[in-house]
Structure formats: structure tokens, C-alpha cells
Write a protein of this length. Structure first.
Length: 607
């Protein structure tokens, strides 16, 4: 063993007495008498325990350096914990990584130096009660911090990839006219025509046309739930011009619409009676969803509305379980996303009983019909600086679930609950992302005042909500950020679609994984997205959807040209409505010589 001066005892006799030990001790004592300090023979004698003088200035500098280092480390650690909070996955952000490095260096260097300086006293300290307490506290803190840090990797949730051959199809129209034509909104009509040009038919019908076919989406006798965003006034909600134009297309089914349209929303804490605010997202600010519904009812159409907000505190059972009441079905708690899936069950104003999971309930036969229940998701694209970076198709389902009834729905978005919900109730039959007015300010949202919105006059549709969300964020929202003067890096919660650790990507990717594991093909990979763009303006002239207005489109224009007050006689399979959507450039309700001049000008643009 070693004494306090580094002299070895008992080395020659395995711990027993040895004459060499006594000799060494005597020699060391003599040396100590001549030189009180073994490393400084000229240093004056100091009493036991008296500190060694180091000089005033160096001592203060050393203390300030150590104190400053520890203080900076402490502040970095506090910032790290405050910014990461209950989301350890944020520890992968660059700012958090830098703070963690600062804390590690600031605490680590003084600790290592201190350990070196007191290495000969550690054993003695650990034998004292306060030393044991400090060691235990340090061990506890280390385990706690280590457990917290480990969640950064453990909080990843399920991971999955779509089939290799899968490609998402997106359809975008730009330059949508700002003014609606009565109840028509040409941007919506041209979007549906653009979809049809590329094989996705809006109408399910035996009649094959630009918009319809046997594999179409909406049958003439379907009940269609249209989910809007109406939690926020002004530009924070779905554009009601777009809503009105979409309903116009639904009730104009070529096989004569005999079904039902229901406009729905759960505004959680911000409900408005009858979906009727004074300040709406429309060209005419006074046009509310309720006004739209009333107009169609006045025309004899089976169009209604249902405010799920009123039932968010009511838990019920399915119709098949004998419960006729409106409310929310709530599933058991799932530790994967730390929440409970919920969805509404309700009776419309026309007496139709709907379960968003099982479909239309027939009390006479006690059976569900899921095939004739269709769901159109109609969100608005905007920054969500409050929590999740971006609101688009996936986040919009927060207006489907109940945030009450102990569901923990909003917090569970970060862990993919919306993807799990879609697996349970089935994804929307069509997502139409409203990008007429968007919130392109990364420091605001989801509420959006008129003065805080950016006009983009675009609509984007897809049956893949994940692909639509990431593509629209990348190609519409982020460019608008930059155009508005907000250069990266953007604040947290981050909307960055290219950063896997951003708040937007975290909830999107986890929702995607649940969807894929549930058997649905979706993707967040840009290279697997086929995006088609066309004009949403009046009379885009591109009938065959190849992106050009050229001689290929000329025969169709000639077939549609009929002049004022006459019914067009188009070549098969073009219909009169399709003539107007494609070739009525001036919006006067016919295709004539004035439209031919505009058509010829568009052809000339391609020369």
C-alpha cells in the first residue's frame, strides 16, 4: 500500500513487517525535516491544513474560470431541458446538440481537473456520510439524465416503408380565379378535370368521360362527409368559396345525385354555433359554411351540416351495440402513441345514421354500408407555430377526433396517432388541400388573420395524405416563407420538410409508419411522388392534360364551339360541362369566337 507521501509499505513481506520499511520511513522523516515541502525546498514552513499561497491574481482567475465554466454549462443544460421538454426527440436538433456539447465541456473539464486535484482525498471523502450522499445524488442525476437522453432514440415509434413499386399521384392547379362564379369555383372544377386527365375520375359512373368512369370516387347515391377546418376565423379556416364549388360538383353528378352531403368539423375549444361566423376565409368575408349549406338546401339539394364539437364530451357505443345516441367511440389506451383513438357516430339532419368507421347504419336490417360512405378531407395549408410546424391533411384530423374523454389526442399527434386513426376508420377517399390563402409565417399559426395570410391561388389533391403534406410544404409553404422574408433556419416547432427531426416530419413520419403497417401505401419520399400541374383559371384549354395547349386540343375545341345561347355539341367523350371548364375562357357560359381568340393565343405560347 501507499502512504500520503507515496512511500510504499509492506511490499516485501505481503503486508508484514520488514526492516526495509523502517529504514525507508526513517530516511523520509529526515528529508522532511530538512525540506518541509517535498517539491519546494525553499518554501517556508506551513501549519498542517494551511493552504498553499498561489498569488492573488492567479487564484482569482482560476476561480473565475471554473465558476464561469460551470455557470455556462448550467445555463446550457437549463436551456436544453426547457427547449426539449417532454419531447426528447428534439435533442437531435442542431441547437440542442450544440447546447449539449457546451454543457458537457463546461461541466466535464472542471470535473476532470477537480478529480485529478483531489484524487488522494477521494477515498477519505467516500468514507464520510456527506460524501456517500453526494455520490448517490450524482448517480441518481446521471441515471435520470441518461434515461431522458435515451428517449431521444427510444421515442422513434414504428418504422415502415411503402412497397417499392408504389408512386403517389398529386394533382395541382395554379392561378385559380379569385372571384367565384356564383356557387361555382373554377379552381375546383379544373382540379377535378385535371385529375380525370391523369386517370383519377371524380364520379363513379358507367359513363366514361373526362370526369367519370366505373372506378370513380363518388357514386350518385353516396353519402359524402366533407371535413372542413372551422376552428379559426378569418384565414385560419377552409376557404368557403372552395367548399361551395366542391358541393356544386358533388350535386352535379352526371347520373343525378340522390345521395347526401354533410359538412362536418370538431372545433374542439373554439366552436361556433351553426358554423356561422362573420369573418370567414372567402372572397366575401361574410360567406360562412352555414350560408353555403342553406343555399343548397334552398335549391332542393340534400346538403346539411353537423358540428361534432357538440359531442366531444359524449362517449357512446356503436349502433350495432344497441346505442342510438350521437357521440364519440373511444378505444382503449395505446402505449405506442400514448393516447386513445376516437371517432364520431351521429345522425344527420336528414335522418341518416353514420359511423365514421363502419359506414351507414340501416336500423331495419341492423347492418352497415361502408361502401356508400365517402369522406373528403378539405384542410387549409398553414404554419402551425404553436406546436407542430405545419397543418395540412394529416394534422387536419385533429378536427375529427375528440380532444376530451381522456384521449390525449393532441399530444399523441407527435407519436403518430393520426396515422393509427386512419388505419382504424379508413383514409379519406380524396384530400383537397386549400392553398388559396395560406399562412406563410413560421412565427405564427394556426390562427391566421386576414393581414397575416399570403395569397397563392392553388389547390392540390391526392389520395395519399402523407405525400400531399410533404410535397405541398416543400413546394408551396416553404417557398412562401422565403418570399415573405423568412430565411432558414426557421424557429421551433420546425416546419422544415427536409429535416427528419423537425416537429412536422416527426408527426408526419410516425403517422406514415402506422398507415403502412395498417396496409395502406403512402410515402414521404419526393422521388416517389408524381405531381401534375395545370392551370386552375377559366378555360385552361388543355383538354388532354399534357401540359400544352396545342393542335391535339383543337378538335375538342371545335366540337365545343357553339356560340351564344346554344348547347355545345362536343365530340365524344367530352360533355357540355367539360367544354365550359376547358374552353370557356371568358366565363360567359358558352364557347365562341372570343374564346377561340384566347385559345389561339395559348397555342401560340407553345410555339
Amino acid at each position: 500500500m501507499f502512504g500520503e507521501n507515496g512511500i510504499r509499505f509492506g511490499a516485501g513481506s505481503a503486508g508484514g513487517y520488514d526492516e526495509r520499511d523502517e529504514s525507508a520511513l526513517t530516511s523520509a522523516t529526515e528529508v522532511k525535516k530538512m525540506h518541509p515541502h517535498p517539491h519546494s525546498p525553499t518554501e517556508p514552513h506551513r501549519s498542517p491544513g494551511e493552504p498553499r499561497p498561489t498569488g492573488l491574481l492567479p487564484g482569482l482567475l482560476n476561480r473565475w474560470l471554473v465558476a464561469g465554466s460551470l455557470l455556462s454549462g448550467f445555463l446550457a443544460l437549463v436551456w436544453l431541458l426547457l427547449r426539449s421538454g417532454t419531447k426528447p426527440s428534439r435533442l437531435t436538433y442542431p441547437c440542442q446538440q450544440a447546447a449539449f456539447s457546451t454543457a458537457s465541456l463546461s461541466f466535464g473539464v472542471p470535473v476532470v481537473l477537480a478529480l485529478i486535484a483531489v484524487r488522494r482525498r477521494l477515498v477519505g471523502w467516500l468514507h464520510a456520510r456527506w460524501g456517500i450522499a453526494v455520490a448517490a445524488l450524482g448517480l441518481f442525476a446521471t441515471l435520470g439524465v441518461g434515461g431522458y437522453l435515451s428517449q431521444a432514440g427510444a421515442d422513434s415509434g414504428p418504422r415502415a416503408e411503402p412497397p417499392r413499386e408504389y408512386r403517389a399521384q398529386l394533382y395541382r392547379v395554379v392561378d385559380c380565379p379569385q372571384d367565384p362564379l356564383g356557387e361555382r369555383f373554377l379552381g375546383v372544377e379544373n382540379l377535378l378535370a385535371h385529375m380525370g386527365q391523369h386517370g383519377l375520375k371524380f364520379y363513379k359512373s358507367e359513363t366514361v368521360s373526362l370526369l367519370s368512369g366505373p372506378d370513380g370516387i363518388i357514386a350518385a347515391d353516396d353519402t359524402v362527409v366533407v371535413k372542413i377546418n372551422y376552428q379559426w376565423d378569418q384565414r385560419g379556416g377552409t376557404n368557403t368559396d372552395v367548399l361551395r364549388g366542391l358541393i356544386r360538383c358533388l350535386v352535379d353528378h352526371p347520373d343525378t345525385f340522390t345521395g347526401e352531403v354533410v359538412v362536418c368539423e370538431n372545433a374542439q375549444f373554439n366552436s361556433t354555433a351553426n358554423f356561422d361566423r362573420a369573418e370567414n376565409n372567402a372572397q366575401d368575408h361574410g360567406l360562412s359554411p352555414h350560408d353555403v349549406v342553406l343555399w343548397y338546401q334552398s335549391q332542393g339539394y340534400t346538403v346539411g351540416q353537423y358540428d361534432w364539437t357538440l359531442r366531444r364530451d359524449t362517449q357512446v357505443n356503436e349502433y350495432s351495440a344497441g346505442d342510438p345516441n350521437d357521440g364519440y367511440i373511444v378505444l382503449a389506451y395505446d402505449p405506442q402513441f400514448q393516447g386513445r383513438i376516437s371517432y364520431p357516430k351521429f345522425m344527420t339532419s336528414y335522418g341518416t345514421r353514420l359511423s365514421l368507421k363502419f359506414g351507414i347504419w340501416d336500423p331495419g336490417t341492423s347492418t352497415y354500408d361502408r361502401a356508400h360512405l365517402k369522406f373528403i378531407n378539405l384542410p387549409v395549408l398553414k404554419s402551425h407555430h404553436a406546436t407542430y410546424g405545419v397543418t395540412a391533411c394529416i394534422k387536419h384530423y385533429m378536427g375529427v377526433v375528440s380532444g376530451n374523454l381522456n384521449t390525449n389526442s393532441h399530444s399523441a399527434i407527435a407519436r403518430g396517432i393520426m396515422g393509427a386513426l386512419l388505419c382504424h376508420i379508413q383514409p379519406a377517399d380524396l384530400n383537397i388541400l386549400d392553398c388559396i390563402w395560406i399562412n406563410a409565417n413560421p412565427y405564427s399559426g394556426p390562427s391566421t388573420p386576414y393581414s397575416g395570410a399570403t395569397r397563392r391561388d392553388q389547390l392540390v389533391a391526392s389520395q395519399d395524405p402523407v405525400a400531399l403534406d410533404i410535397w405541398a410544404t416543400k413546394n408551396i409553404l416553404i417557398p412562401a416563407f422565403i418570399a415573405n422574408g423568412y430565411s432558414p433556419p426557421w424557429p421551433e416547432p420546425s416546419a422544415d420538410p427536409d429535416l427528419p427531426s423537425s416537429d412536422f416530419r416527426i408527426y408526419l413520419d410516425k403517422s406514415m409508419a402506422f398507415l403502412i403497417l395498417g396496409g395502406y401505401s403512402v410515402t414521404n419520399n419526393y422521388s416517389r411522388i408524381d405531381a401534375y400541374t395545370a392551370s386552375g383559371a377559366m378555360g385552361n384549354g388543355d383538354y388532354n392534360g399534357d401540359g400544352l395547349v396545342d393542335a391535339v386540343d383543337l378538335p375538342y375545341f371545335a366540337g365545343c364551339m357553339a356560340g351564344p345561347s346554344t348547347t355545345p355539341a362536343p365530340p365524344d367523350p367530352v360533355t357540355p360541362d367539360e367544354c365550359l371548364w376547358t374552353f370557356d375562357f371568358d366565363g360567359d357560359g358558352d364557347v365562341d369566337l372570343q374564346d377561340y381568340a384566347a385559345f389561339a393565343e395559348r397555342v401560340g405560347e407553345n410555339d
